[in-house]
Ligand binder design. Structure first.
Ligand SMILES: [Zn+2]
Length: 417
């Protein structure tokens, strides 16, 4: 079973835009109402020891059941009978709002995430159709429940042999987007853990460094974009809040935020493909362990960009290209000599690794080498893990060719699958 998510920009009519805005409004109200219901119930079950419960307690009958997902869904169905605004929105869409609330309560209880919060309208940015009708796709348009046929910008073809599972409509500064989730029952082939191994270290000075001595600097365009963002935010501050000019300035800031995110993602994809061009097995640090092990020591702060790269983009690209991605425990990787294995203590300001054995290389490259050594010493090299080389998009595309020719002309071998 393989799941893909493709994103398309919507080209809705004015009526459809108004309808989607209205759906977001109702979703927001349902979220806040359901959250209030749960909070009241929880508050009604406790009172501070030094207060009179008659004054401080929320009075809800003792035998009233906790408003669970199931109960809230039933109440929603009841409410729809009398509330025309609720009736105007697809029932499944509203149920998904309740489901999300349920999930965020679970994340709060089990994973220690923050308590779910009330949302202002601008915080409600998307809604989900968990099911689409039959034959919902045609060239340049998608049929959505209650909205009808909505035109899209067909930036890529639909994947062949896949069925549409669900559709999420996302509102961004530059308009409405559609995330289509496709599913197919495909056998996933195994990729052997053989061939060239590269250890990869991410950092702040260099975006990434591999054990082969390949380093990518932090791209300069981020600095330029950040500077632009600062100036726009200053301009926004001088406007009177709520005025027409303030709204215009705010829209500009939002557009720039979106642009920065897009630019970063594009950069991440290019780097991920570049790594896959160079190696068959890519070894990265296991970030779950980092939070525990590094904490106070702090080898370097990992900004959100690294998380997206290592957690989302690189695994996906490696999967599609049929390359193996392996996570290794990174504890102490910057304090170890890659040549002799001796402990080589150094704090973050020391940028070069020097060892008594005569080994002297840049710090990040040393970390990459240590990761590679750890993987090889584990003895897993030669076994198999799953890959997705059969997926659409795994083939060699023109844009990737162009990117490669511009940046690294030395690497020009073809790709399997
Ligand atoms: Zn050494």
């Amino acid at each position: 079973m393989i799941t893909l998510t493709y994103e398309y920009k919507l080209r809705p009519t004015k009526r459809q835009i108004a309808e989607m805005e209205q759906i977001l409004v109702v979703c927001c109200q349902v979220w806040n109402y359901a959250l209030r219901e749960r909070k009241d119930w929880l508050n009604s079950r406790k009172s501070p020891v030094n207060a009179c419960p008659l004054h401080s307690e929320y009075i809800i009958r003792a035998d009233a059941p906790y408003p669970s997902f199931k109960l809230q869904c039933q109440r929603l169905t009841e409410a729809k009978k009398v509330n025309s605004q609720l009736r105007s929105v697809n029932a499944q869409v509203l149920q998904q709002v309740l489901r999300r609330l349920e999930q965020s309560f679970e994340r709060h209880q089990k994973l220690g995430a923050g308590f779910p919060r009330f949302k202002k309208l601008n915080r409600m940015r998307s809604f989900l159709f968990p099911q689409l009708g039959s034959e919902p796709l045609r060239a340049g348009a998608v049929k959505l429940p209650s909205l009808g046929w909505v035109a899209i910008r067909q930036s890529r073809l639909y994947p062949e042999g896949f069925a549409v599972k669900q559709a999420r409509v996302v509102k961004r500064a530059s308009g409405f987007y559609l995330m289509l989730t496709f599913q197919a029952e495909l056998a996933v082939p195994d990729v052997p853990l053989v061939g060239h191994v590269a250890g990869v270290d991410v950092g702040l000075e260099y975006f990434l460094s591999t054990s082969d001595g390949f380093q990518v600097e932090r791209p300069k365009f981020f600095v330029d974009l950040q500077r632009k963002l600062k100036s726009l935010q200053r301009r926004l501050k001088r406007k009177q809040i709520g005025s027409a000019n303030w709204k215009k300035a705010q829209a500009k800031v939002a557009r720039l935020h979106e642009k920065i995110a897009n630019t970063r993602k594009d950069f991440h994809f290019k780097q991920a493909h570049k790594l896959c061009d160079q190696a068959d097995v890519i070894v990265i640090e296991d970030l779950n362990l980092i939070g525990l092990s590094r904490g106070m020591l702090g080898k370097h702060m990992l900004d959100a960009g690294h998380g997206q790269f290592l957690h989302c983009v690189l695994p996906w690209v490696a999967f599609k290209r049929g390359k193996a991605l392996v996570k290794e425990d990174a504890r102490g990787s910057s304090q170890e000599c890659p040549a002799c294995g001796a402990l080589a203590r150094k704090d973050i300001s020391v940028r070069t690794h020097e060892c008594a054995c005569g080994c002297s290389i840049p710090r990040d490259l040393a970390s990459g080498l240590v990761l590679r050594n750890r993987y090889l010493s584990r003895g897993a090299h030669g076994s198999k893990i799953a890959c997705g080389a059969v997926l659409p998009g795994a083939e060699f595309t023109q844009s990737r060719q162009v990117a490669m020719n511009q940046e690294s002309p030395a690497i020009a071998f073809g790709l399997a699958g």
